[in-house]
Design a protein around this ligand. Structure first.
Ligand SMILES: O=P(O)(O)OC[C@H]1O[C@](O)(CO)[C@@H](O)[C@@H]1O
Length: 536
C-alpha cells in the first residue's frame, strides 16, 4: 500500500477521459505553470495528460514522499545505497566549491582534486605532444573499452561534443562481439593509438576480453615493453589493473560512491578529457552543477527534475502506461535513449523496497527511442494510431551553428508539430474531409477515412536546449539523473544497486565452462541443445 501513489491513481481515474487540449481552455495559466527555463534548457510539460488537480496532486506526491530529506542524505554523503553499503556522491564530482566538499569529510575533497589533476596532467601532456606513443609519434586515436556506465555516458558526450575534425579521435568498444573491436582497430596505426580500459569493478567480462585482445594487437606491432605506453586504465578497483600489464602511473581512479551509470563525471571520461580538452570537461561539470543547484533549491512545482519525474509517475502509476519514447531531434544526441535506458531502467527497474518488501506498484516504464526525424519514418505510425498510449519525450536544440537556417527551421517544425499532432490527433470527420478533397467517392471515403484516424490525446514533454554546449549537455544529463532519483524515492526503492544483472552473468560463465567441459551441467533441452551445438 502506498497512500500517496494510491491518491495519484484515484485522481488519474477521475481525469482519465480529460482531453489535454481542453486543459489549456480550462486553465489559462497552464503553460506558464507547466513550463520553465533553467541552465539553458526550456522545459514544457503542459502537453502532459494532467488536469490542474492531477498536476497539483502529482506535486503533492513528491512533497509527501520524503524527497527533501533523501536529497539532503545524498548530498551529505550518507549511505543511501543501503544494499551495497555506499554513499552516492556523483554530485561531488561537479562541485568545485571546496567548502561544500569539506562538509562531506576531508578525504572527499582530496580525492576529487587528486583525480581531476591526474586526468588534466595526462590529457594536457597528450594534447601538447609531451606524452606520445613509444615511437615518439603523437596519439591520434583513443580506443575506449568499457560497457554500461563505462561506455554509454562517455560515448554520448563524445558524439555530442566532438569537433567536426577532431585532433584526437575516440573509438568506443563495449560488446564482447569481436566485430566491434575489429571495426574499431581497423585502419589504426598502433604507434599512434592509446587503448584505455574503463571499468568500475575491473571484473567485467566484456571489457577485460576486449582489452586483452587490444593489448595483443599492440604487442604484436610494438612489442611488450613499448605497448605499455599505449595502455591506460580507469577504475574504482585500481588494485586489479596491474594484472593486465597497465603501469601504475597510467591508472586513473574514482571512488565506489560513484555509481557506474552516474560515473561519466569521473575519470570514466578520461578519453573525452584527452580528445576534447580539460576545459570542455570542466564546462560539462559546471552545467551539471547548475542543474544540481536548481534541483536542490527550486520548489517542487518549479523544479525541472521533479516536473519530469511527476509526468513519468502520472503516466506509469496513475494511467498505467508501461513505456516511454525518448526522441532527440538532435543527431549529436542519437545515443540519448540508450543512455537513459541504463540510467532509468537499471536504477528504477526494481520490484522490492530497500528492506526487501515487494513493491505495491509498477516502477519504471520501458524506455526506448531513436533520433528524430528518423523515428517519424520508423515507429511513429504505431505511436500515432495504436490505442496504446506511449508518452513521448521530445528533445531539440534551438540554435545549431552546424545547420543552415532553412534545415534548422525544418527540423524544429517537425518536433513542434509532432507534440501537437500527438495531442490533437486526427478525427474521422477530418479524415473524411481529406478523402473527399482527394476526390474519393463515398464508398472509398468510408473505407479509407477510418484508416487515417489518429486517436490523439497522447502526452509529450518537450526539452528545448538553447544551444548544445558542454554546459547545457551537463545540465541535461544531471536533469535526468535527478528525475530518476526523485522517482526512486516516491516508488520506495534503492535507485543505486542492480542485483538483477547478476543472474545472466552467472549463467553465462557456467555456459562458458560447459563449452569446455567433458560433461556439461544439467540444462533444459533447449539450452542443452544450444551448448551441444556450439561444442560441435
Ligand atoms: O564499469 P564496470 O564495473 O565494468 O561495469 C559495467 C556495467 O555493468 C553493470 O554492472 C551491469 O552489469 C553496470 O551497472 C555497469 O555500468
Amino acid at each position: 500500500m502506498n497512500p500517496v501513489l494510491d491518491a495519484l491513481r484515484t485522481q488519474a481515474f477521475v481525469d482519465d477521459t480529460a482531453k489535454i487540449v481542453d486543459q489549456f481552455r480550462n486553465d489559462p495559466d497552464r503553460l506558464s505553470r507547466m513550463s520553465l527555463e533553467v541552465a539553458g534548457l526550456y522545459i514544457d510539460v503542459s502537453k502532459q495528460s494532467w488536469t490542474k488537480s492531477s498536476f497539483d496532486r502529482s506535486i503533492e506526491v513528491f512533497e509527501q514522499s520524503g524527497l527533501s530529506e533523501a536529497r539532503e542524505k545524498m548530498w551529505t554523503g550518507q549511505t543511501i545505497n543501503v544494499s551495497e553499503g555506499r554513499a552516492v556522491l556523483h554530485v561531488a564530482l561537479r562541485d568545485s566549491d571546496a567548502e561544500n566538499l569539506r562538509l562531506r569529510g576531508a578525504e572527499i575533497t582530496a580525492d576529487v582534486k587528486t583525480a581531476r589533476d591526474a586526468m588534466k596532467a595526462y590529457a594536457d601532456g597528450i594534447r601538447s605532444g609531451a606524452i606520445t606513443g613509444s615511437s615518439g609519434k603523437a596519439f591520434r586515436t583513443i580506443v575506449h573499452i568499457g560497457i554500461g556506465g563505462s561506455d554509454l555516458g562517455p560515448r554520448l558526450v563524445y558524439q555530442a561534443l566532438t569537433p567536426l575534425t577532431p585532433q584526437i579521435d575516440v573509438r568506443f568498444v563495449a560488446n564482447v562481439d569481436g566485430s566491434e573491436l575489429a571495426l574499431a582497430l581497423a585502419g589504426l596505426d598502433p604507434a599512434e593509438t592509446l587503448v584505455i580500459a574503463v571499468s568500475k569493478t575491473f571484473t567485467t567480462q566484456e571489457t577485460l576480453a576486449n582489452f586483452l585482445a587490444a593489448r595483443e594487437w599492440l604487442v604484436a606491432a610494438l612489442g611488450v615493453e613499448a605497448a605499455q605506453s599505449h595502455m591506460a586504465a580507469v577504475s574504482a578497483a585500481p588494485d586489479k589493473t596491474g594484472a593486465y600489464g597497465i603501469a601504475a602511473d597510467r591508472v586513473f581512479g574514482f571512488k565506489d560512491w560513484v555509481g557506474g551509470r552516474y560515473s561519466l563525471w569521473s575519470a570514466v571520461s578520461l578519453s573525452l578529457v584527452i580528445a576534447l580538452g580539460y576545459e570542455v570537461y570542466e564546462r560539462l561539470l559546471a552545467g551539471a552543477h547548475e542543474m544540481d543547484q536548481h534541483f536542490l533549491t527550486a520548489p517542487f512545482d518549479r523544479n525541472a527534475p521533479v516536473l519530469l519525474a511527476a509526468a513519468q509517475l502520472y503516466n506509469r502509476i496513475g494511467l498505467n502506461r508501461p513505456s516511454r519514447a525518448v526522441i532527440p531531434y538532435v543527431h549529436r544526441l542519437r545515443r540519448l535513449a540508450a543512455f537513459l535506458q541504463q540510467l532509468e531502467m537499471e536504477s528504477n527497474g526494481k520490484r522490492t523496497s530497500p528492506t526487501g518488501e515487494v513493491l505495491p506498484t509498477a516502477t519504471c516504464p520501458v524506455v526506448f527511442g531513436d533520433e528524430g526525424t528518423n523515428a517519424q519514418h520508423a515507429f511513429f505510425q504505431m505511436l500515432h494510431q495504436s490505442e496504446d498510449v506511449v508518452p513521448l519525450e521530445l528533445i531539440a536544440v534551438e540554435n545549431n551553428a552546424e545547420a543552415s537556417d532553412d534545415m534548422q527551421k525544418k527540423l524544429l517544425s517537425n518536433v513542434i508539430a509532432q507534440g501537437e499532432a500527438f495531442m490533437v490527433g486526427k478525427s474521422l470527420e477530418t479524415s473524411e474531409a481529406e478523402c473527399r478533397a482527394l476526390g474519393f467517392d463515398a464508398a472509398k471515403t468510408a473505407q479509407i477515412a477510418p484508416q487515417k484516424v489518429c486517436p490523439g490525446n497522447k502526452p509529450s514533454t518537450l526539452v528545448l536546449i538553447n544551444e548544445l554546449t558542454p554546459e547545457t549537455l551537463g545540465a541535461l544529463l544531471a536533469l535526468y539523473e535527478h528525475k530518476t532519483f526523485a522517482e526512486g524515492i516516491v516508488l520506495g526503492l534503492n535507485s543505486f544497486d542492480q542485483w538483477g544483472v547478476e543472474l545472466g552473468k552467472t549463467l553465462a560463465s557456467a555456459v562458458l565452462k560447459d563449452f569446455a567441459a567433458e560433461v556439461p551441467a544439467e540444462h533444459d533441452p533447449s539450452t542443452a541443445a544450444l551448448i551441444a551445438r556450439v561444442k560441435g
